[in-house]
Write a protein that binds this ligand. Sequence first.
Ligand SMILES: Cc1cc2nc3c(=O)[nH]c(=O)nc-3n(C[C@H](O)[C@H](O)[C@H](O)COP(=O)(O)OP(=O)(O)OC[C@H]3O[C@@H](n4cnc5c(N)ncnc54)[C@H](O)[C@@H]3O)c2cc1C
Length: 560
Amino acid sequence: MKVVIIGAVAGGASAAARARRLDESAEIVLIERGADPSFANCGMPYYIGGEIESREKLIVTSAGMLHDRYRLDVRVRQEALRIDRQAKTVRVRRLENGAEYDESYDKLILSPGAAPIRPELPGIDHPKVYTLRNLDDADLLHAATMGAKRAVIVGGGFIGVEMAENLVRRGVETTLIERNDQILTPWDAEMVAPAAAALRSAGVTLKLGAEAEAFEPQDDGGVTVALKSGEQLSADFVVMCIGVRPENALAKAAGLAIGERGGIRVDETMRTDDPDIYAVGDAVETFDSVTGKPTQIPLAGPANRQGRIAADNCFGRESRYRGTQGTAIVGACGVTAAMTGLSEKACRRLGVAFEKVYVHPASNAGYYPGAEGMTLKLVFDPENGRVLGAQGVGGKGVDKRIDVLAMALQAGMTVYDLEESELCYAPQYGSAKDPVNMLGFVAAGLLRGDHPVEHAHRLLDCELGDSFVLDVRSPGEHAAGAVPGATNINIDELRERLGELPKDRRIVAYCKVGMRGYLATRLLRQHGFDAVNLSGGFTKYERFVAARAEATPKMAPSGR
Ligand SMILES: Cc1cc2nc3c(=O)[nH]c(=O)nc-3n(C[C@H](O)[C@H](O)[C@H](O)COP(=O)(O)OP(=O)(O)OC[C@H]3O[C@@H](n4cnc5c(N)ncnc54)[C@H](O)[C@@H]3O)c2cc1C
Protein backbone atom coordinates (compact mmCIF):
# COMPACT_ATOMS: atom_id res chain seq x y z
CA MET A 1 0.00 0.00 0.00
CA LYS A 2 1.31 3.44 -0.90
CA VAL A 3 -0.15 6.46 0.85
CA VAL A 4 0.65 9.98 -0.29
CA ILE A 5 -0.17 12.79 2.11
CA ILE A 6 -0.31 16.42 1.05
CA GLY A 7 0.49 18.82 3.89
CA ALA A 8 2.77 17.57 6.63
CA VAL A 9 1.77 19.61 9.68
CA ALA A 10 -1.10 18.92 12.10
CA GLY A 11 -3.47 16.64 10.19
CA GLY A 12 -0.94 15.34 7.69
CA ALA A 13 1.76 14.40 10.19
CA SER A 14 -0.83 12.81 12.45
CA ALA A 15 -2.18 10.71 9.56
CA ALA A 16 1.35 9.68 8.54
CA ALA A 17 2.40 8.55 12.02
CA ARG A 18 -0.84 6.62 12.46
CA ALA A 19 -0.43 5.02 9.04
CA ARG A 20 3.01 3.75 10.00
CA ARG A 21 1.75 2.35 13.30
CA LEU A 22 -0.90 0.45 11.36
CA ASP A 23 1.31 -0.89 8.61
CA GLU A 24 5.06 -1.41 8.81
CA SER A 25 5.27 -2.26 5.15
CA ALA A 26 3.38 0.71 3.72
CA GLU A 27 5.14 3.31 1.63
CA ILE A 28 4.22 6.69 3.11
CA VAL A 29 5.13 9.89 1.30
CA LEU A 30 4.54 13.37 2.76
CA ILE A 31 4.59 16.34 0.40
CA GLU A 32 5.00 19.69 2.17
CA ARG A 33 5.21 23.07 0.48
CA GLY A 34 6.83 24.74 3.48
CA ALA A 35 10.27 24.19 4.97
CA ASP A 36 9.06 22.49 8.12
CA PRO A 37 6.92 19.43 8.63
CA SER A 38 5.10 19.05 11.91
CA PHE A 39 5.81 22.44 13.48
CA ALA A 40 3.85 24.01 16.33
CA ASN A 41 1.69 26.64 14.62
CA CYS A 42 -0.14 27.24 17.91
CA GLY A 43 3.09 28.23 19.65
CA MET A 44 4.13 30.89 17.11
CA PRO A 45 2.51 33.93 18.81
CA TYR A 46 4.39 33.02 22.01
CA TYR A 47 7.69 32.77 20.14
CA ILE A 48 7.07 36.20 18.62
CA GLY A 49 6.25 37.52 22.11
CA GLY A 50 9.36 35.98 23.67
CA GLU A 51 7.52 33.61 26.03
CA ILE A 52 8.96 30.73 23.99
CA GLU A 53 12.57 31.80 23.64
CA SER A 54 13.91 29.34 21.15
CA ARG A 55 12.58 28.87 17.63
CA GLU A 56 13.80 25.27 17.80
CA LYS A 57 11.09 24.49 20.35
CA LEU A 58 8.48 25.05 17.64
CA ILE A 59 9.85 22.22 15.53
CA VAL A 60 7.81 19.42 17.02
CA THR A 61 9.34 16.73 14.83
CA SER A 62 11.99 17.27 12.17
CA ALA A 63 11.95 15.60 8.76
CA GLY A 64 14.96 13.56 9.91
CA MET A 65 13.16 12.27 12.97
CA LEU A 66 10.04 11.46 10.96
CA HIS A 67 12.27 9.37 8.73
CA ASP A 68 14.31 7.73 11.50
CA ARG A 69 11.40 6.83 13.76
CA TYR A 70 8.60 6.26 11.29
CA ARG A 71 10.45 5.67 7.99
CA LEU A 72 8.34 8.38 6.40
CA ASP A 73 9.45 9.85 3.10
CA VAL A 74 9.12 13.56 3.89
CA ARG A 75 9.60 15.96 0.98
CA VAL A 76 9.69 19.56 2.11
CA ARG A 77 9.67 22.62 -0.17
CA GLN A 78 7.68 20.58 -2.64
CA GLU A 79 4.23 21.54 -3.80
CA ALA A 80 1.44 19.30 -5.03
CA LEU A 81 0.15 20.97 -8.19
CA ARG A 82 -2.66 18.70 -9.34
CA ILE A 83 -4.24 15.33 -8.87
CA ASP A 84 -4.94 12.94 -11.70
CA ARG A 85 -7.69 10.77 -10.25
CA GLN A 86 -7.81 8.38 -13.18
CA ALA A 87 -4.07 7.69 -13.20
CA LYS A 88 -3.96 8.01 -9.36
CA THR A 89 -0.97 10.32 -9.46
CA VAL A 90 -0.07 13.70 -8.00
CA ARG A 91 1.97 16.22 -9.96
CA VAL A 92 4.62 17.66 -7.65
CA ARG A 93 6.99 20.62 -8.08
CA ARG A 94 10.33 20.92 -6.28
CA LEU A 95 10.29 24.54 -5.22
CA GLU A 96 14.08 24.95 -5.11
CA ASN A 97 14.52 24.30 -8.85
CA GLY A 98 11.04 24.13 -10.37
CA ALA A 99 11.48 20.50 -11.50
CA GLU A 100 8.26 18.51 -11.65
CA TYR A 101 7.42 14.83 -11.34
CA ASP A 102 4.42 12.53 -10.89
CA GLU A 103 3.95 10.58 -7.69
CA SER A 104 1.57 7.65 -7.73
CA TYR A 105 -0.70 6.68 -4.85
CA ASP A 106 -3.03 3.93 -3.75
CA LYS A 107 -4.61 6.24 -1.16
CA LEU A 108 -4.25 10.00 -1.02
CA ILE A 109 -4.79 12.10 2.12
CA LEU A 110 -5.19 15.85 1.71
CA SER A 111 -4.29 18.03 4.68
CA PRO A 112 -3.42 21.36 3.05
CA GLY A 113 -4.86 23.48 5.85
CA ALA A 114 -6.27 26.96 5.44
CA ALA A 115 -4.68 30.20 4.33
CA PRO A 116 -5.01 33.50 6.21
CA ILE A 117 -7.48 35.81 4.51
CA ARG A 118 -5.94 38.88 2.88
CA PRO A 119 -8.85 40.98 1.67
CA GLU A 120 -8.39 42.96 -1.52
CA LEU A 121 -7.95 46.32 0.15
CA PRO A 122 -5.81 49.14 -1.22
CA GLY A 123 -2.25 48.78 0.03
CA ILE A 124 -2.72 45.23 1.38
CA ASP A 125 0.52 44.20 -0.37
CA HIS A 126 2.60 46.60 1.70
CA PRO A 127 5.56 44.55 2.96
CA LYS A 128 4.79 45.46 6.57
CA VAL A 129 1.28 43.99 6.43
CA TYR A 130 1.83 40.47 7.74
CA THR A 131 -0.18 37.33 8.28
CA LEU A 132 0.81 34.40 10.47
CA ARG A 133 0.58 30.86 9.23
CA ASN A 134 3.97 29.20 9.16
CA LEU A 135 7.46 29.55 10.56
CA ASP A 136 8.56 31.80 7.70
CA ASP A 137 5.78 34.20 8.75
CA ALA A 138 6.78 33.84 12.39
CA ASP A 139 10.38 34.73 11.52
CA LEU A 140 9.25 37.85 9.69
CA LEU A 141 7.02 38.94 12.55
CA HIS A 142 9.66 38.11 15.14
CA ALA A 143 12.09 40.38 13.29
CA ALA A 144 9.46 43.11 12.78
CA THR A 145 8.69 43.15 16.48
CA MET A 146 12.27 43.88 17.49
CA GLY A 147 12.63 47.62 17.96
CA ALA A 148 9.08 48.31 16.78
CA LYS A 149 7.11 50.92 18.67
CA ARG A 150 3.58 50.58 17.33
CA ALA A 151 1.60 47.80 15.73
CA VAL A 152 -1.96 47.37 14.52
CA ILE A 153 -3.69 44.00 14.61
CA VAL A 154 -6.71 43.62 12.38
CA GLY A 155 -9.14 41.05 13.76
CA GLY A 156 -9.98 40.06 17.32
CA GLY A 157 -10.24 36.29 16.94
CA PHE A 158 -7.96 33.76 18.64
CA ILE A 159 -4.83 34.68 16.73
CA GLY A 160 -5.47 38.43 16.96
CA VAL A 161 -5.96 38.24 20.72
CA GLU A 162 -2.89 36.03 21.18
CA MET A 163 -0.81 38.37 19.04
CA ALA A 164 -2.03 41.38 21.05
CA GLU A 165 -1.01 39.70 24.30
CA ASN A 166 2.40 38.90 22.87
CA LEU A 167 3.10 42.25 21.26
CA VAL A 168 2.39 44.14 24.48
CA ARG A 169 4.63 41.63 26.22
CA ARG A 170 7.36 42.82 23.83
CA GLY A 171 6.59 46.44 24.78
CA VAL A 172 5.00 47.27 21.41
CA GLU A 173 2.17 49.81 21.60
CA THR A 174 -0.63 47.69 20.16
CA THR A 175 -4.01 48.60 18.71
CA LEU A 176 -6.42 45.79 17.93
CA ILE A 177 -9.28 46.63 15.62
CA GLU A 178 -12.30 44.36 15.30
CA ARG A 179 -15.23 44.84 12.95
CA ASN A 180 -17.72 43.23 15.31
CA ASP A 181 -18.90 44.67 18.60
CA GLN A 182 -16.94 42.12 20.60
CA ILE A 183 -13.68 40.22 20.39
CA LEU A 184 -13.73 36.40 20.14
CA THR A 185 -16.99 36.22 18.23
CA PRO A 186 -17.72 32.50 18.79
CA TRP A 187 -18.40 33.42 22.44
CA ASP A 188 -21.39 35.40 23.66
CA ALA A 189 -20.51 39.05 24.11
CA GLU A 190 -21.07 39.25 27.86
CA MET A 191 -18.76 36.26 28.40
CA VAL A 192 -15.75 37.88 26.78
CA ALA A 193 -16.14 41.34 28.31
CA PRO A 194 -13.53 40.39 31.01
CA ALA A 195 -11.07 39.29 28.32
CA ALA A 196 -11.49 42.62 26.53
CA ALA A 197 -11.01 44.44 29.85
CA ALA A 198 -7.82 42.45 30.53
CA LEU A 199 -6.37 43.36 27.14
CA ARG A 200 -7.15 47.00 27.81
CA SER A 201 -5.59 46.92 31.28
CA ALA A 202 -2.46 45.39 29.77
CA GLY A 203 -2.20 48.38 27.45
CA VAL A 204 -3.86 47.15 24.26
CA THR A 205 -5.99 49.79 22.56
CA LEU A 206 -9.12 47.94 21.55
CA LYS A 207 -11.30 49.39 18.86
CA LEU A 208 -14.55 47.48 18.39
CA GLY A 209 -16.90 48.15 15.50
CA ALA A 210 -13.86 49.40 13.57
CA GLU A 211 -12.93 48.25 10.08
CA ALA A 212 -9.73 48.76 8.10
CA GLU A 213 -10.25 49.92 4.54
CA ALA A 214 -6.76 50.78 3.27
CA PHE A 215 -3.06 50.61 4.08
CA GLU A 216 -0.80 53.44 3.06
CA PRO A 217 3.00 53.51 3.08
CA GLN A 218 4.74 55.98 5.39
CA ASP A 219 8.03 57.71 4.63
CA ASP A 220 9.73 55.95 7.53
CA GLY A 221 8.85 52.52 6.13
CA GLY A 222 5.85 52.08 8.37
CA VAL A 223 2.23 51.85 7.36
CA THR A 224 -0.90 53.90 8.03
CA VAL A 225 -4.09 51.97 8.52
CA ALA A 226 -7.13 53.89 7.31
CA LEU A 227 -10.35 52.94 9.07
CA LYS A 228 -13.83 53.24 7.61
CA SER A 229 -14.62 55.77 10.33
CA GLY A 230 -12.01 58.10 8.83
CA GLU A 231 -9.54 57.51 11.65
CA GLN A 232 -5.93 56.79 10.66
CA LEU A 233 -3.63 54.61 12.71
CA SER A 234 0.10 54.81 12.31
CA ALA A 235 2.09 51.60 12.80
CA ASP A 236 5.51 50.09 12.24
CA PHE A 237 3.72 46.96 11.07
CA VAL A 238 0.27 45.40 10.76
CA VAL A 239 -0.86 41.83 11.43
CA MET A 240 -3.94 40.64 9.55
CA CYS A 241 -5.84 38.13 11.68
CA ILE A 242 -9.28 38.14 10.11
CA GLY A 243 -9.66 34.42 9.66
CA VAL A 244 -8.64 31.66 7.29
CA ARG A 245 -9.93 30.18 4.08
CA PRO A 246 -9.68 26.44 3.34
CA GLU A 247 -7.01 25.55 0.77
CA ASN A 248 -9.36 23.82 -1.62
CA ALA A 249 -7.73 24.57 -4.98
CA LEU A 250 -6.20 21.12 -5.52
CA ALA A 251 -9.40 19.35 -4.54
CA LYS A 252 -11.56 21.69 -6.60
CA ALA A 253 -9.39 21.26 -9.69
CA ALA A 254 -9.61 17.49 -9.24
CA GLY A 255 -13.40 17.72 -9.24
CA LEU A 256 -13.87 16.68 -5.62
CA ALA A 257 -17.04 17.90 -3.92
CA ILE A 258 -16.67 21.18 -2.06
CA GLY A 259 -19.08 22.31 0.66
CA GLU A 260 -20.93 25.61 0.85
CA ARG A 261 -18.28 27.16 3.04
CA GLY A 262 -15.48 26.19 0.67
CA GLY A 263 -14.24 23.20 2.65
CA ILE A 264 -13.57 19.85 0.99
CA ARG A 265 -16.62 17.72 1.61
CA VAL A 266 -15.96 14.48 3.53
CA ASP A 267 -18.02 11.79 5.20
CA GLU A 268 -17.58 10.51 8.77
CA THR A 269 -14.62 8.39 7.68
CA MET A 270 -12.96 11.57 6.30
CA ARG A 271 -13.35 10.22 2.78
CA THR A 272 -14.08 12.59 -0.08
CA ASP A 273 -16.40 11.61 -2.91
CA ASP A 274 -13.45 9.75 -4.41
CA PRO A 275 -13.08 6.41 -2.56
CA ASP A 276 -9.27 6.66 -2.66
CA ILE A 277 -8.95 10.25 -1.48
CA TYR A 278 -9.38 11.40 2.10
CA ALA A 279 -9.16 14.95 3.43
CA VAL A 280 -8.67 16.29 6.96
CA GLY A 281 -8.03 19.40 9.00
CA ASP A 282 -8.71 23.06 8.29
CA ALA A 283 -9.37 22.32 4.63
CA VAL A 284 -12.48 20.20 5.20
CA GLU A 285 -16.11 20.77 5.94
CA THR A 286 -17.30 18.38 8.62
CA PHE A 287 -20.43 18.48 10.75
CA ASP A 288 -21.31 20.07 14.05
CA SER A 289 -21.65 17.34 16.63
CA VAL A 290 -24.54 19.12 18.38
CA THR A 291 -26.66 20.20 15.42
CA GLY A 292 -25.42 17.74 12.78
CA LYS A 293 -25.15 20.65 10.34
CA PRO A 294 -22.11 21.28 8.14
CA THR A 295 -19.39 23.24 9.89
CA GLN A 296 -15.84 24.34 9.43
CA ILE A 297 -13.87 25.08 12.56
CA PRO A 298 -10.10 25.39 12.11
CA LEU A 299 -8.63 23.88 15.26
CA ALA A 300 -5.67 21.63 15.93
CA GLY A 301 -7.55 18.97 17.93
CA PRO A 302 -10.02 18.12 15.17
CA ALA A 303 -7.20 18.15 12.55
CA ASN A 304 -5.15 15.66 14.57
CA ARG A 305 -8.08 13.36 15.28
CA GLN A 306 -9.22 13.48 11.67
CA GLY A 307 -5.70 12.59 10.50
CA ARG A 308 -5.81 9.48 12.65
CA ILE A 309 -9.26 8.54 11.41
CA ALA A 310 -8.33 8.99 7.74
CA ALA A 311 -5.29 6.72 8.21
CA ASP A 312 -7.42 4.12 10.01
CA ASN A 313 -9.86 4.00 7.13
CA CYS A 314 -7.12 3.90 4.49
CA PHE A 315 -5.89 0.71 6.14
CA GLY A 316 -9.30 -0.85 6.50
CA ARG A 317 -9.92 -0.02 10.16
CA GLU A 318 -13.39 1.34 10.58
CA SER A 319 -13.16 4.60 12.40
CA ARG A 320 -15.60 7.48 12.38
CA TYR A 321 -15.38 11.16 13.18
CA ARG A 322 -17.90 12.27 15.78
CA GLY A 323 -18.15 15.82 14.50
CA THR A 324 -16.66 19.04 15.76
CA GLN A 325 -17.84 20.66 18.97
CA GLY A 326 -15.71 23.77 18.66
CA THR A 327 -14.03 23.24 22.02
CA ALA A 328 -11.57 26.11 22.24
CA ILE A 329 -9.54 28.14 24.70
CA VAL A 330 -7.60 31.37 24.56
CA GLY A 331 -5.58 33.42 26.99
CA ALA A 332 -5.94 37.20 27.02
CA CYS A 333 -3.41 38.88 29.31
CA GLY A 334 -4.19 36.76 32.35
CA VAL A 335 -7.85 36.03 31.61
CA THR A 336 -8.82 32.67 30.17
CA ALA A 337 -11.83 32.26 27.88
CA ALA A 338 -12.93 28.76 26.91
CA MET A 339 -15.97 27.26 25.28
CA THR A 340 -17.51 24.11 23.88
CA GLY A 341 -20.60 23.44 21.79
CA LEU A 342 -23.28 25.99 21.02
CA SER A 343 -23.25 29.52 22.32
CA GLU A 344 -26.46 31.36 23.03
CA LYS A 345 -26.11 33.35 19.84
CA ALA A 346 -25.49 30.19 17.80
CA CYS A 347 -28.72 28.74 19.26
CA ARG A 348 -30.58 31.91 18.29
CA ARG A 349 -29.09 31.93 14.81
CA LEU A 350 -29.91 28.26 14.21
CA GLY A 351 -33.31 28.38 15.86
CA VAL A 352 -32.32 25.84 18.52
CA ALA A 353 -34.53 26.03 21.65
CA PHE A 354 -32.37 26.65 24.71
CA GLU A 355 -32.29 27.78 28.32
CA LYS A 356 -29.22 29.20 30.01
CA VAL A 357 -27.76 29.74 33.46
CA TYR A 358 -24.68 31.46 34.83
CA VAL A 359 -22.62 30.79 37.93
CA HIS A 360 -19.67 32.73 39.34
CA PRO A 361 -17.74 30.22 41.44
CA ALA A 362 -14.13 30.20 42.60
CA SER A 363 -11.50 27.90 41.13
CA ASN A 364 -11.06 26.16 44.48
CA ALA A 365 -12.10 26.51 48.12
CA GLY A 366 -12.27 30.22 48.92
CA TYR A 367 -10.46 29.76 52.23
CA TYR A 368 -7.44 28.27 50.52
CA PRO A 369 -4.89 30.87 49.32
CA GLY A 370 -4.88 31.70 45.65
CA ALA A 371 -8.48 30.91 44.69
CA GLU A 372 -9.48 32.76 41.53
CA GLY A 373 -12.93 33.65 40.27
CA MET A 374 -14.61 32.54 37.08
CA THR A 375 -17.93 32.87 35.27
CA LEU A 376 -19.48 29.82 33.68
CA LYS A 377 -22.44 29.83 31.33
CA LEU A 378 -24.36 26.71 30.42
CA VAL A 379 -26.71 26.47 27.47
CA PHE A 380 -29.05 23.49 27.56
CA ASP A 381 -32.18 21.99 26.10
CA PRO A 382 -35.21 23.32 28.03
CA GLU A 383 -37.15 20.10 27.44
CA ASN A 384 -34.77 17.38 28.54
CA GLY A 385 -31.83 19.28 30.02
CA ARG A 386 -29.28 18.02 27.49
CA VAL A 387 -26.09 20.06 27.55
CA LEU A 388 -25.81 22.08 24.32
CA GLY A 389 -22.81 24.22 25.10
CA ALA A 390 -20.78 25.96 27.77
CA GLN A 391 -18.51 28.95 28.09
CA GLY A 392 -16.14 30.01 30.83
CA VAL A 393 -14.11 33.11 31.53
CA GLY A 394 -11.85 34.00 34.41
CA GLY A 395 -8.76 32.81 36.18
CA LYS A 396 -7.37 29.36 36.85
CA GLY A 397 -9.63 26.36 36.59
CA VAL A 398 -11.71 27.58 33.64
CA ASP A 399 -9.96 25.10 31.34
CA LYS A 400 -10.73 22.10 33.52
CA ARG A 401 -14.43 22.97 33.86
CA ILE A 402 -14.88 23.50 30.13
CA ASP A 403 -13.06 20.23 29.43
CA VAL A 404 -15.42 18.39 31.77
CA LEU A 405 -18.39 20.06 30.11
CA ALA A 406 -17.00 19.21 26.65
CA MET A 407 -17.01 15.55 27.65
CA ALA A 408 -20.51 15.87 29.10
CA LEU A 409 -21.66 17.35 25.82
CA GLN A 410 -20.05 14.62 23.74
CA ALA A 411 -21.56 11.95 25.98
CA GLY A 412 -25.01 13.49 25.52
CA MET A 413 -25.33 14.24 29.24
CA THR A 414 -27.94 16.43 30.85
CA VAL A 415 -27.95 19.04 33.58
CA TYR A 416 -29.11 16.28 35.94
CA ASP A 417 -25.89 14.40 35.18
CA LEU A 418 -23.90 17.52 36.02
CA GLU A 419 -25.55 17.62 39.44
CA GLU A 420 -24.31 14.10 40.04
CA SER A 421 -20.81 14.39 38.55
CA GLU A 422 -18.15 13.20 40.95
CA LEU A 423 -15.11 15.40 40.37
CA CYS A 424 -11.84 15.52 42.22
CA TYR A 425 -11.64 17.74 45.27
CA ALA A 426 -9.11 18.98 47.78
CA PRO A 427 -9.17 22.65 48.82
CA GLN A 428 -6.24 23.68 46.64
CA TYR A 429 -7.87 22.19 43.53
CA GLY A 430 -11.61 22.60 43.70
CA SER A 431 -14.67 22.62 45.91
CA ALA A 432 -16.75 19.83 47.34
CA LYS A 433 -19.50 21.26 45.18
CA ASP A 434 -17.51 21.80 42.03
CA PRO A 435 -18.46 24.65 39.66
CA VAL A 436 -19.70 21.97 37.26
CA ASN A 437 -22.02 20.62 39.97
CA MET A 438 -23.15 24.18 40.67
CA LEU A 439 -24.13 24.64 37.03
CA GLY A 440 -26.06 21.38 37.29
CA PHE A 441 -27.84 22.44 40.49
CA VAL A 442 -28.88 25.78 39.08
CA ALA A 443 -29.93 24.44 35.67
CA ALA A 444 -31.73 21.37 37.02
CA GLY A 445 -33.46 23.45 39.72
CA LEU A 446 -34.65 25.75 36.99
CA LEU A 447 -36.07 22.87 34.92
CA ARG A 448 -37.73 21.35 37.98
CA GLY A 449 -39.38 24.69 38.67
CA ASP A 450 -37.71 24.98 42.10
CA HIS A 451 -36.20 28.34 41.36
CA PRO A 452 -37.09 29.90 38.05
CA VAL A 453 -34.63 32.44 36.72
CA GLU A 454 -34.76 35.67 34.83
CA HIS A 455 -31.99 37.08 32.65
CA ALA A 456 -30.06 40.32 32.85
CA HIS A 457 -30.46 41.17 29.18
CA ARG A 458 -34.24 41.12 29.61
CA LEU A 459 -33.97 43.48 32.55
CA LEU A 460 -31.81 45.79 30.46
CA ASP A 461 -34.22 45.61 27.56
CA CYS A 462 -37.15 46.44 29.90
CA GLU A 463 -38.85 43.21 28.90
CA LEU A 464 -39.97 42.38 32.42
CA GLY A 465 -43.18 44.44 32.51
CA ASP A 466 -43.99 45.70 35.99
CA SER A 467 -41.80 43.15 37.80
CA PHE A 468 -40.62 44.17 41.25
CA VAL A 469 -36.81 44.10 41.33
CA LEU A 470 -35.51 43.06 44.73
CA ASP A 471 -31.87 43.43 45.75
CA VAL A 472 -31.20 40.99 48.62
CA ARG A 473 -27.59 42.08 49.17
CA SER A 474 -26.45 44.17 52.12
CA PRO A 475 -27.22 47.92 52.13
CA GLY A 476 -23.50 48.58 51.62
CA GLU A 477 -23.39 46.47 48.47
CA HIS A 478 -26.62 48.07 47.24
CA ALA A 479 -25.22 51.58 47.77
CA ALA A 480 -22.11 50.70 45.78
CA GLY A 481 -24.17 49.95 42.67
CA ALA A 482 -27.55 48.41 41.94
CA VAL A 483 -30.09 47.73 39.21
CA PRO A 484 -31.96 51.02 38.70
CA GLY A 485 -35.24 51.04 40.60
CA ALA A 486 -34.43 47.98 42.73
CA THR A 487 -35.67 47.78 46.32
CA ASN A 488 -33.08 46.64 48.83
CA ILE A 489 -33.97 44.14 51.56
CA ASN A 490 -31.06 42.20 52.97
CA ILE A 491 -31.62 38.44 52.64
CA ASP A 492 -31.18 38.07 56.41
CA GLU A 493 -34.15 40.42 57.07
CA LEU A 494 -36.38 39.07 54.32
CA ARG A 495 -38.58 36.83 56.49
CA GLU A 496 -39.45 39.76 58.77
CA ARG A 497 -40.15 42.17 55.89
CA LEU A 498 -42.36 40.08 53.63
CA GLY A 499 -45.15 42.59 54.11
CA GLU A 500 -43.20 45.13 52.05
CA LEU A 501 -43.38 42.92 48.98
CA PRO A 502 -46.20 42.80 46.42
CA LYS A 503 -48.20 39.58 46.02
CA ASP A 504 -49.64 40.68 42.67
CA ARG A 505 -46.35 41.32 40.88
CA ARG A 506 -43.52 39.10 39.79
CA ILE A 507 -40.47 39.56 42.01
CA VAL A 508 -37.03 39.39 40.38
CA ALA A 509 -34.59 38.80 43.24
CA TYR A 510 -30.89 39.32 42.81
CA CYS A 511 -27.66 39.33 44.78
CA LYS A 512 -24.02 39.49 43.74
CA VAL A 513 -23.69 36.20 41.87
CA GLY A 514 -26.99 34.37 42.29
CA MET A 515 -26.64 32.38 45.52
CA ARG A 516 -28.53 34.68 47.90
CA GLY A 517 -30.97 35.43 45.08
CA TYR A 518 -31.61 31.70 44.88
CA LEU A 519 -32.23 31.47 48.62
CA ALA A 520 -34.56 34.45 48.44
CA THR A 521 -36.43 32.88 45.53
CA ARG A 522 -36.96 29.64 47.42
CA LEU A 523 -38.05 31.49 50.55
CA LEU A 524 -40.45 33.79 48.72
CA ARG A 525 -41.99 31.07 46.61
CA GLN A 526 -42.77 29.08 49.74
CA HIS A 527 -44.54 32.16 51.08
CA GLY A 528 -46.69 32.37 47.97
CA PHE A 529 -44.81 35.02 46.03
CA ASP A 530 -44.15 34.71 42.30
CA ALA A 531 -40.39 35.05 42.70
CA VAL A 532 -37.55 34.37 40.26
CA ASN A 533 -33.80 34.68 40.60
CA LEU A 534 -31.67 36.89 38.35
CA SER A 535 -29.26 34.37 36.84
CA GLY A 536 -25.65 35.29 37.60
CA GLY A 537 -26.81 38.16 39.83
CA PHE A 538 -25.53 41.72 39.68
CA THR A 539 -22.16 40.52 38.40
CA LYS A 540 -23.77 39.22 35.24
CA TYR A 541 -25.95 42.32 34.96
CA GLU A 542 -22.83 44.51 35.03
CA ARG A 543 -21.16 42.33 32.36
CA PHE A 544 -24.11 42.91 30.05
CA VAL A 545 -23.96 46.63 30.74
CA ALA A 546 -20.22 46.59 29.96
CA ALA A 547 -20.64 44.51 26.78
CA ARG A 548 -23.32 46.90 25.53
CA ALA A 549 -21.27 49.96 26.40
CA GLU A 550 -18.44 48.46 24.31
CA ALA A 551 -20.77 47.90 21.40
CA THR A 552 -23.03 50.94 21.26
CA PRO A 553 -20.80 53.95 20.66
CA LYS A 554 -18.53 52.16 18.23
CA MET A 555 -20.97 50.94 15.63
CA ALA A 556 -19.42 51.50 12.23
CA PRO A 557 -20.84 54.53 10.47
CA SER A 558 -21.48 52.34 7.44
CA GLY A 559 -24.51 51.11 9.39
CA ARG A 560 -23.49 47.48 9.36
C1 LIG B 1 -0.79 31.34 14.83
C2 LIG B 1 -1.72 30.16 15.01
C3 LIG B 1 -2.11 29.77 16.28
C4 LIG B 1 -2.99 28.71 16.44
N1 LIG B 1 -3.34 28.34 17.71
C5 LIG B 1 -4.18 27.31 17.88
C6 LIG B 1 -4.52 26.87 19.18
O1 LIG B 1 -4.04 27.42 20.18
N2 LIG B 1 -5.38 25.83 19.31
C7 LIG B 1 -5.90 25.20 18.21
O2 LIG B 1 -6.68 24.24 18.38
N3 LIG B 1 -5.58 25.57 16.97
C8 LIG B 1 -4.74 26.61 16.77
N4 LIG B 1 -4.39 26.98 15.51
C9 LIG B 1 -5.00 26.27 14.36
C10 LIG B 1 -4.26 24.98 14.06
O3 LIG B 1 -2.90 25.26 13.92
C11 LIG B 1 -4.83 24.38 12.79
O4 LIG B 1 -6.18 24.10 13.03
C12 LIG B 1 -4.13 23.11 12.37
O5 LIG B 1 -2.78 23.33 12.19
C13 LIG B 1 -4.75 22.57 11.08
O6 LIG B 1 -4.04 21.47 10.64
P1 LIG B 1 -3.99 21.13 9.08
O7 LIG B 1 -3.17 19.91 8.95
O8 LIG B 1 -5.33 21.15 8.53
O9 LIG B 1 -3.23 22.37 8.42
P2 LIG B 1 -1.80 22.93 8.70
O10 LIG B 1 -1.31 22.56 10.03
O11 LIG B 1 -1.87 24.39 8.38
O12 LIG B 1 -0.90 22.21 7.62
C14 LIG B 1 -1.16 22.34 6.26
C15 LIG B 1 0.16 22.26 5.50
O13 LIG B 1 -0.13 21.92 4.17
C16 LIG B 1 0.82 22.54 3.33
N5 LIG B 1 0.27 22.60 1.98
C17 LIG B 1 -0.85 23.23 1.57
N6 LIG B 1 -1.06 23.04 0.26
C18 LIG B 1 -0.05 22.26 -0.17
C19 LIG B 1 0.29 21.73 -1.44
N7 LIG B 1 -0.45 21.95 -2.53
N8 LIG B 1 1.40 20.98 -1.53
C20 LIG B 1 2.17 20.75 -0.45
N9 LIG B 1 1.89 21.23 0.77
C21 LIG B 1 0.79 21.98 0.92
C22 LIG B 1 1.00 23.90 3.96
O14 LIG B 1 2.25 24.42 3.63
C23 LIG B 1 0.88 23.59 5.44
O15 LIG B 1 2.15 23.50 6.06
C24 LIG B 1 -3.49 28.02 15.31
C25 LIG B 1 -3.09 28.41 14.02
C26 LIG B 1 -2.20 29.45 13.87
C27 LIG B 1 -1.78 29.85 12.48
